[in-house]
Design a binder for this molecule. Structure first.
Ligand SMILES: [Zn+2]
Length: 89
């Protein structure tokens, strides 16, 4: 999946309020972790995130993509279930 502006736009359209609430929890954990880590890390004094922070950010971004894919799969499964119910009613 492409990254950047279009990717973010797509995510915002398709993530549910529950998905976004879960994402808020992860972002809160990320920010809290970076706040605890940065004062003790010489590399974090620079303009770019250190490899540890970079990896943590990437984990959250990867989770967001995985959540989107799972939400889409859940929607398709629900649609399939309803079609099956209609056919067998
Ligand atoms: Zn660091």
């Amino acid at each position: 999946m492409a990254r950047g502006g279009r990717h973010v736009e797509y995510l915002l359209k398709h993530l549910t309020p529950a998905d976004l609430a879960e994402l808020d929890v992860l972002i809160w954990a990320l920010v809290t972790g970076v706040e605890e880590h940065a004062p003790r890390c010489a590399l974090c004094a620079g303009p770019e995130p250190c490899p540890h922070v970079g990896r943590a950010i990437q984990e959250v971004l990867d989770w967001r993509t995985a959540r989107l894919l799972l939400t889409q799969a859940e929607r398709l499964r629900e649609h399939q279930r309803r079609q099956h119910e209609r056919r067998t009613a």
